[in-house]
Write a protein that binds this ligand. Structure first.
Ligand SMILES: [Zn+2]
Length: 342
């Protein structure tokens, strides 16, 4: 990881970038190791987004995953509540090609909402979660005894003999700086012929503005179905099913809200969006100060106005949904089930 960051073009002055990007500084695709010859698709702060001509993955440079404290800070507040199941979880539980029982390991299990549902569906369940508060919630409130505050590398090292029938990682792969190494660790935990199930944000989802969560250092990789299929096949998995969520009502309302910004909500939404993307870039201490600061009266008023505006978009979205469906616009979630070769 460190050597990759050292090699990338991020620290090269603009004037030299064109020359160097054709030589040693060409960014290397983290999925298939091809050198990218194309110019950056997008820039954000010190980061640049590249597309791989060989496998189709889009990846940011430089990539350096934040520590556990960062995730606790950015995703805190999700620790104390049992969240509803996400579409990826539901797709797995309803997938006719998925095994219906056996031992299941969930990577990044959060407060354990999916693990509890999987347990109720008949699986033996184990989870790993770096957010200690979330892991504690899963153990104490949901009675999930086997939830460990470990990375997949630490878990694989400490449970050398343990193999699972199913290993799941929902909304995890897009965060990885080094996806090949990550999947290698996953493979160590899957029994021969066992399966993996995962979800990632679909790069081909319908967007009318930037998705503020989909930036580094939160997400480093942007997948579509073709790139995901190539990546998993190259790593020894046979893809059994891929399911792309179609754009639904809430997504349509959100996209209309972004597209039809009035002056007031533009200020409100603009402030909120820019600040989250910006907060992600700050040092832990700076971020803590911003996240702890009380919102001003104006910010609170803007937030309420923004919510009213999204609510006002729902009737519009109901009217537009048949057309959105007909055009095949995609939603955020892409789910995939794949079997490890024997
Ligand atoms: Zn590639």
């Amino acid at each position: 990881m460190a050597s990759q960051s050292a090699m990338n073009a991020g620290t090269v002055p603009d004037a030299e970038r064109g020359r160097l990007s054709e030589a040693a500084a060409a960014p290397i695709c983290p999925a298939c190791a091809e050198a990218s010859r194309e110019a950056a698709i997008e820039r954000y702060g010190r980061y640049e987004l590249f597309g791989c001509g060989a496998c189709g993955l889009q990846f940011w440079e430089p990539r350096e995953m934040p520590d556990a404290r960062w995730y606790e800070q950015m995703y805190g507040g999700r620790d104390e509540n049992l969240l509803p199941l996400e579409p990826g979880h539901k797709y797995f539980l309803a997938d006719p090609l998925a095994p219906r029982s056996g031992e299941l390991l969930d990577i990044g299990c959060g407060t354990g909402n999916f693990l509890a549902a999987a347990r109720d569906a008949g699986y033996g369940v184990t989870g790993i979660e770096l957010d200690r508060n979330a892991a504690r919630f899963a153990r104490e409130r949901l009675g999930l005894q086997r939830v460990f505050p470990l990375t997949i590398a630490e878990f694989a090292e400490q449970h050398v003999e343990e193999r699972f029938d199913v290993v799941t990682f929902f909304e995890v792969l897009e965060h990885q700086a080094a996806p090949v190494e990550f999947l290698r660790k996953v493979k160590e935990c899957v029994r021969p012929g066992g399966v993996i199930a995962l979800s990632v944000p679909n790069r081909e989802r319908w967007l009318t503005g930037p998705d503020v969560l989909d930036y580094p250092p939160n997400h480093f990789l942007r997948w579509n179905a073709a790139a995901l299929r190539k990546f998993l096949s190259a790593q020894g998995f046979a893809v059994l099913s891929i399911r792309e969520q179609p754009a639904g009502l809430a997504h349509t309302a959100q996209m209309m809200h972004m597209a039809l910004r009035t002056g007031i909500s533009q200020a409100a939404a603009g402030e909120a969006s820019a600040s989250f993307r910006d907060v992600m870039q700050m040092t832990p201490d700076q971020a803590e100060a911003v996240l702890r600061a009380k919102p001003t009266t104006r910010q609170r008023a803007m937030e309420i106005l923004g919510r009213i505006k999204i609510a006002a978009c729902f009737p519009l979205a109901v009217a537009a949904l048949p057309c959105v469906r007909m055009r095949g616009y995609k939603g955020t979630y892409m789910y995939c089930l794949a079997r490890l070769g024997d």
